[in-house]
Design a protein around this ligand. Structure first.
Ligand code: PEP
Ligand code: MG
Length: 762
């Protein structure tokens, strides 16, 4: 690798670090060293003031200063969050202000004599991802510090972190003083990322790499160490990509490819190189770049991009472990039986390294539904609880954990009664799962002999396996945008085609209903800029799905070709999302038909038949069914979006999640009218929203006359059990009176009806 010339920031930091190196190596007392440090930094940045605050007993104490009154040292103290210094420490953020007093958090401390100074810049001193102090400079003239100076300060702050730790100046168990072990049972809530329950002992994914030395003795040696670590890391990633347990094709491959792309990212290695040029050791340089990434990540609002940044963080940790010779993640050291993995976040490749038989669950401090690691965990069948705040501090290695993603809850160090409750629930779940599995090959037939079509929702290649596992009748909704969401770049037509063909192959003669991409709005793709979709206030009602696809028709054409060619020689089922007016459906269908003609004109084999459907998710379309139904082969009601629009209640807002009931008269009356219109027109209609996956709601839908549901695979068992215990004719008889009377507690009414007739709705 050629050595890039050092940047201005690296040169500035190098000058300071060379001088700091001597101070650090000296035999003087820590306080004397700190006094020296503030002099050196102040001089190098020609700042009148340079101060160091350290966190002691939960407050930030002025430990050393050049420029402020010496009487204030060890006297001036600020709470976390108080004043500029407290704000920097609390938020682990950098501040750079030309007029300090103008900042809303500014707190004046007369004993320091700081009223002379206008400009202010401060950076957190970070250890184990928490601020243990603040390094700041002040200037008489009002000016903002430039980027080079801020970078130099950040680099110096790392060195200070080492000095402070070596001298034992701050409490290592920051802010706590008690260890997790001293604590009794704890219940931590989180976000369900992958459903399921697990019992096991806490294992930390990563024993922390403690950086011993931050200032390089010999920059060239450090550079070589990093080069060699990069080589080893890339070899590891290449090996993993080619050996991934999930075969060589598919979304997991896409995920790993993204990961690989980061591993080879020149920008990243250049930044590390630059940090080494500034005089840091290889470990400190990697950590320095990672810290910067973390700080940037905090400012990023885009969840998709944030997920990708986690991949980079994952790699950075790997690199750090290689360079420090601390190679053992919990995966490499070998898991004990029944482990629950704890991590801030995990990369997909890191998760794949674990022994699946021993790994029972995963708990993350971060994590999101669209993160790569979530997708991989789901394919591995491992429950994941995300967004569990501070779990790495509240749980200790080896603690007994009960993970219940259905709740979603984590219990650490449970009391005996807590364990008993959990075990009882687990036993019920396992028993029921066994019962459902036994029903796999039985038809979804009601007591009075009505055959209900029970299909599953899917979106990834491996989801097709759910068909065999559940015995479902087909895939009623294949969300094609998933492939777009897990890819680092726009999936080309060939890749789309391969996925669609594979899914149809695994489905055999069971139908697969492909939904054209529903992207845009909240499912934005980082690699695709869409005019009109940026900064939308209501993305769910925005420039998304078919609205966007009809305008960006190159995307839609490519998908149409991919679907048509993948379905060569068989029937293609395709439906369009978010149709709001009939002409949108017509336009989409036309586009497909033109692509079909194009293929035929070139002698390419297309599908034997195409069955077109629309999704009813926008209430306005229900008013236009007379114009639309005769053009449709089927209609699919997307109750997730439909109900949010009917009630004007954001489906992603947890506060509204419980407020309006799917079993409200308004929703059921609406669905009843739509179902009836379809019946009269002779158009098959089904429901593919989450509503159909809950036994009681599914029962209500059947009561309205629906005979087709497409639901999440885990719900097939419970819903089939409901169907097989239901006399649907009796229900259909009772329904009109309920809808006419429209009681507020319709749910309770139906529950007791089901209870009396022993319909399995639990
Ligand atoms: C729906 O809106 O009900 C639906 C099935 O589509 P999605 O959840 O993908 O928006
Ligand atoms: Mg929808």
């Amino acid at each position: 690798m050629p050595v890039p010339p050092p940047t201005a920031a690296a040169t500035a930091a190098r000058v300071i670090l060379t001088r700091l190196h001597d101070v650090m190596a000296g035999r003087t007392h820590a306080q004397a060293k700190l006094n020296n440090v503030v002099q050196i930094i102040g001089e190098a940045l020609t700042s009148e003031v340079c101060s160091v605050y350290l966190l002691r007993d939960g407050v930030l104490e002025l430990f050393a200063t050049r420029g402020l009154s010496q009487e204030a040292v060890h006297v001036t103290k600020l709470a976390l969050g108080e004043g500029l210094v407290g704000t920097i420490a609390k938020n682990v953020e950098t501040l750079n202000l030309d007029e300090a007093a103008a900042h809303p958090e500014f707190a004046y401390r007369p004993e320091t004599g700081e009223d002379l100074y206008h400009s202010f810049a401060g950076v957190p001193i970070v250890r184990r991802e928490r601020a243990v102090g603040v390094l700041c400079v002040q200037h008489e003239a009002p000016r903002r510090y430039d980027e080079v100076e801020i970078e130099a300060l950040q680099t110096v702050a790392m060195v200070l972190a080492e000095l402070i730790a070596a001298a034992g100046l701050v409490d290592e168990s920051v802010g706590a003083g008690v260890t997790a072990r001293d604590m009794g049972p704890a219940q931590l809530s989180g976000l369900k990322l992958v459903d399921g329950m697990a019992r096991g002992h806490a294992v930390f994914h990563q024993p922390h790499v403690v950086i011993e030395h931050t200032v390089a003795e010999d920059v060239e040696i450090e550079r070589q160490r990093v080069y060699s670590a990069f080589r080893q890391m890339r070899e590891q990633i290449d090996r993993m990509t080619s050996q991934a347990e999930f075969g060589t094709a598919g979304e997991h491959q896409d995920v790993l490819e993204t990961y690989k792309m980061f591993a080879y990212d020149e920008g990243w290695s250049r930044r590390i190189n630059d940090a080494i040029s500034s005089g840091l050791t290889a470990e400190a340089a990697i950590e320095r770049v990672q810290q910067r990434t973390r700080m940037r990540m905090r400012e990023i609002d885009d969840p998709l991009l944030r997920d990708r940044m986690h991949d980079l963080e994952d790699l950075s940790n790997r690199l750090l472990r290689i360079v420090a010779g601390q190679l053992g993640t919990a995966a490499q050291l070998g898991l004990r039986q029944d482990s629950i993995l704890i991590a801030r976040n995990l990369g997909p490749a890191e998760l794949l390294e674990y022994d699946r038989r021993r790994l029972k669950g995963v708990v993350l401090e971060e994590g999101s539904l669209t993160a790569h690691v979530t997708i991989v965990a789901r394919a591995m069948g491992i429950p994941v609880l995300g967004r569990v705040r501070d779990v790495r501090h509240l749980v200790a290695e080896g603690d007994l954990l009960l993970l219940d993603a259905t709740q979603p809850l984590l219990v650490a160090r449970p009391s005996t009664p807590m364990e008993e409750v959990f075990e009882a629930k687990l036993a019920v779940t396992q028993r029921r799962r066994a019962e459902f599995a036994a029903m796999r090959d039985l038809p979804a037939l009601t007591q009075d002999g009505v055959r209900i079509e029970l299909m599953v929702n899917a979106g990834l290649r491996d989801d097709a396996a759910a068909l065999d596992v559940t015995g479902a009748d087909g895939i009623g909704l294949f969300r094609t945008e998933f492939q777009f969401l897990v890819s680092a770049t726009l999936p080309q037509r060939e890749r789309q085609q391969r996925l669609y063909r594979d899914v149809m192959d695994s489905a055999g003669d069971r139908p697969v209903i492909f939904r054209t991409v529903d992207i845009g709005g909240d499912k934005a793709l980082p690699y695709m800029k869409v005019d009109g979709a940026e900064g939308e206030e209501n993305p769910a009602m925005g420039w998304r799905a078919l609205r966007l696809a009809l305008e960006r028709d190159a995307l839609m054409k490519a998908q149409a070709r991919a679907l048509l060619e993948a379905a060569a020689g068989r029937t293609l089922h395709v439906m369009f999302p978010m149709v709001s007016e009939p002409w949108e459906y017509e336009a989409a269908r036309d586009l497909f038909e033109r692509q079909r003609e194009w293929l035929a004109g070139r002698g390419r084999m297309g599908p034997t038949a195409v069955r077109y459907g629309a999704m009813l998710e926008v209430p306005a379309l229900a008013e236009m069914l007379d114009q639309l139904l005769h053009r449709l082969d089927f209609l699919s009601i997307g109750t997730n979006d439909l109900t949010q629009f009917l009630f004007a209640a954001d489906r992603g807002n947890p506060k509204l999640a419980e407020r309006y009931d799917w079993l409200s008269p308004a929703i059921l009356r609406f669905l009843s009218r739509v179902t009836q219109a379809c019946r009269v027109a002779g158009v098959p209609v089904g429901v593919c929203g989450e509503m159909g996956g809950r036994p009681l709601e599914a029962m209500a839908l059947l009561g309205l006359g629906l005979n087709r549901l497409s639901i999440t695979p885990a719900a097939v068992g419970p819903v089939k059990a409901m169907i097989r215990s239901l006399d649907v004719a009796a229900l259909r008889e009772a329904m009109p009176a309920w809808l006419a009377e429209a009681p507020r507690d319709l749910r309770a009414r139906m529950e007791s009806w089901a209870g009396e007739r022993r319909v399995a709705i639990l």
